[in-house]
Each structure stands twice: as structure tokens, then as C-alpha cells.
Design a protein around this ligand. Sequence first.
Ligand SMILES: [Fe+2]
Length: 286
Amino acid sequence: MKTHQLFVITLALTTVVSCKKDTLVEQVDVPATPIEVVKVKGGSSNATDVKATEGAFEMYQLPYNYKALEPNFDATTTEIHYSKHHLGYVNNLNKAVIGTKYETLALNDIFKNLNLSDTEIRNNAGGFYNHNFFWGNMAANAGGEPEGDLMEAIIRDFGSFDGFRSQFTEASLKVFGSGWTWLVSDKTGKLRIVTTPNNDNPLMKNLGFSGIPLLNLDMWEHAYYLKFQNKKREYVNTFFSVINWAEVLKKYDAFPKVAVSIVPTSTTTETTIPAETPTAVPDEFK
Ligand SMILES: [Fe+2]
């Protein structure tokens, strides 16, 4: 091999080696990315400065401050949920009712007269009512189990409190997309668990079922994602630590239970509910 050929080969090899060296990645310590704390503009610790735009409906006043449900539900989620999502429904509803047959109706009357194809009203009146109800379900230092005739009804209709809790949890986990889980009562006081999509609720006419709402759980991602991410079961379990059962009992005791006449037959019993008895609906959010 001639000298100049040897030189070229040596040079090429040197280049390959040095290129290889260039591709080596030096490991360095990368400082951890700081976690950005979400700050809600205009938020406050007591939520009293959250006002709806002028209109038929006013913002529901949160009965506790944003931190009250910690460590179960974090203050940031509560604040964003209340001051952004909930407020949005009220403002949109105030706009949507203008010039419609719903303009002068109280919230419960909107549901009684609702045309399901009026989607702006359906979604926003539902969002308003459901969230009012949801906040009232919860309290600091709550949870545990209900007392009184509500507990008796739960045991009668679900076998036990644990049976109810398990059915409520599984129903919640089956909500596909966004929706709500409800504990409702019929006029006799019989309890049922139902779920509704989007912002529908058991007071809406023509949904195929009806009931007097006693308890609800928000299964929209905005209710849990910041803290629980995809761990929906953990979110539902945590909800049981903040349920204000005294308030649920108050709702259950607020309507008269219709007397049910039991007509025995040879093999079954038939339950007859008098048709003329009006449905009593709690109207605290009118
Ligand atoms: Fe929500």
C-alpha cells in the first residue's frame, strides 16, 4: 500500500471515530421542571366574589370555602369547578332564556316544561341545578353513614349501606363520557340509583324516568382530573368522605311519602301508587 493511500485510510478511520464520539450523549443533571401552580384570576378563598352576569338566575353561594373539602377534594379543583365551570352554566343560562318560554320560569318549572330539543336550556339549566345540588351534598368533616329513616330506606332497598355504596360506585364508574350519578326517591320513598348523561337530571320531563333527587355526584372530568387523573374509583371513594348525610336526610324527609296499598295475590304482591297524588319536589333552588 502506497503511503498516500495509507494516509487516506487513516484519515477516514479517524473521522469515523470522531463522528461516533460526537454522537455520544453526555449525561447531565437536568433540573426538575417546576410545577406550575394554577392560579385562578379573580378567585378567592371564600368564593363570595363569584357573581353571575345580570339575569334571571344568580350564582349559588358556596356554603364553604374552597379549602374546606381538603384533603379529600383539593382547593384548586373546587375553585376552578365553582368559579369557572359552574359560573359558566349560570351565565349561559341567563343568556339562553331571554325571549323564550322559559324566561319567567323558576328552575324546577323549566325542567317540568322542558323541550329536550332546546339543548342550550337543557345543558345549562341542568349544569346550573346539578352543580347547586352537588355543592350542597358535601361538607367538611362529613362522610360516614346516614341516620334515621333514610338509613332504613337504604337498607330496605339496597340490602345494606355497603350494598348501596357499592352500587353507587359501580354505576358512577360506568358513566361513559360526562354525566352524573344520582340517588333518587320515588313518591313512596323507594330509592333508586340512576345515571344521566351530560347535564341531564331526574327532574327533566320525558327522559324516561323521574325521581326526587337526594344525592348526586359529578362524573365530568373537570370534577376530578387535576387530583385523581384517570383514577375514577379513587375519586368516587373520596366522595364518600365528604357526603353531607344530614343534608341528604333533610331532602328525604322534605316530601310526604305516598301511602302504598299492597294488594296480595296468590303468588305476588302488587304495589299501587295513587295516580292523583302530586309529586313533591324539593324547591330550595327555585
Ligand atoms: Fe362539574
